[in-house]
Design a protein around this ligand. Structure first.
Ligand SMILES: N[C@@H](CCC(=O)N[C@@H](CS)C(=O)NCC(=O)O)C(=O)O
Length: 227
């Protein structure tokens, strides 16, 4: 396939927003030209296309720019959704979007405050207490997920859907701040759901380490096409 005809995806391996976009693209099998970005040295072409300069950014063949991760997911899955990620077994696409927005809002705010609090703060210092408050508030936001996972294997039924792949990268980010603490919490279903996600072939295929893209080299076709 001529790479010039592919949509372009500016991505950053470790960014949870870019991860959810890659997961949806992989499922939809829509091949893009992936350009791996280093956040402290973003490509001028990416900033020209999307001045807010966050990843992911997708540029469609016709030049249309999609620069919100959830929109990239929907862009891909509305064209091709072989695993019916937009049609969950339980609930509707709208129910999934509402849950995703609660996670993207209050949960993510508390996650960032927890994750980026100074590492060396003593537990009983004001910074340490505040960090733990954000950690606990973030965990409280995940109660809703645990409750859903008591009912079914995935968030909206017994098969994976949009909400799972949109949310799991953020729960992973939260868990990894202090994995021992996370795994000691009374959320067994959430812990098992996250483990299923991080150990999946799908996730591994979306976490391949690409070299930084340098213009004018072509990026890497993603998802990799199966022979
Ligand atoms: N609302 C955006 C958020 C994307 C975002 O904040 N990505 C981070 C990386 S995880 C970023 O690019 N930050 C810009 C920077 O660090 O310069 C989306 O859903 O795509």
């Amino acid at each position: 396939m001529n790479q010039k005809t592919l949509p372009i995806l500016y991505s950053f391996r470790r960014c949870p927003y870019a991860m959810r976009a890659r997961l949806a693209l992989k499922s939809s099998k829509i091949v893009c030209e992936l350009r791996e970005v280093v956040l402290r040295d973003k490509p001028a072409d990416m900033i020209a296309a999307s001045p807010k300069a966050t990843v992911p950014v997708l540029i469609d063949r016709d030049g249309a720019v999609v620069d919100e991760s959830l929109d990239v997911m929907l862009w891909a899955l509305r064209q091709n959704d072989p695993h019916a990620y937009l049609q969950p077994e339980l609930g509707t696409e709208q129910d999934m979007l509402e849950l995703i927005s609660r996670i993207d809002g209050p949960f993510k705010q508390n996650l960032d405050a927890y994750k980026y609090a100074p590492r060396n703060a003593e537990p009983d210092s004001s910074i340490g207490v505040e960090r733990d408050q954000h950690r606990d508030a973030a965990m409280a936001c995940l109660t809703e997920l645990e409750e859903k996972l008591l009912e079914s294997e995935f968030l909206f039924g017994n098969r994976i859907a949009l909400a799972d792949i949109a949310i799991a990268p953020f729960v992973r980010q939260f868990a990894n701040v202090d994995i021992e603490w996370f795994q000691s919490q009374p959320f067994p279903k959430l812990i098992a759901w996250l483990e299923t996600f991080v150990s999946s072939d799908n996730f591994a295929a979306c976490m391949y380490k690409y070299d930084k893209w340098v213009a004018p080299e072509p990026g890497i076709p993603f998802p990799e096409q199966q022979a």
